[in-house]
Design a protein around this ligand. Structure first.
Ligand SMILES: [Zn+2]
Length: 75
């Protein structure tokens, strides 16, 4: 199983890391909280993790507020 590509990286709940675990989208929930949807290609599972708005650029949060969700670019 591949390890993290950066020290700060946190494994998904299944224990896998990017690039096996891909970001699907970020969204703002109806209760005002922000979440990131991840999907692991090895385990075929999806995860929802909370996003701390204070740790993201203001422009990103503004866009999320306006659009409700931001899809990750799928390559
Ligand atoms: Zn996995």
């Amino acid at each position: 199983m591949p390890g993290p590509y950066a020290k700060f990286q946190i494994p998904a709940e299944c224990g896998c890391y990017y690039p096996d675990v891909k970001r699907i989208m970020d969204l703002k929930k109806s209760d005002g909280s922000y979440v990131r949807i991840l999907s692991c290609e090895l385990c075929r599972k999806s995860y929802e993790i909370p996003l701390d708005a204070n740790k993201f650029p203001r422009d990103f949060i503004k866009k999320l507020d306006k659009e409700g969700k931001i899809m990750a670019r799928i390559e």
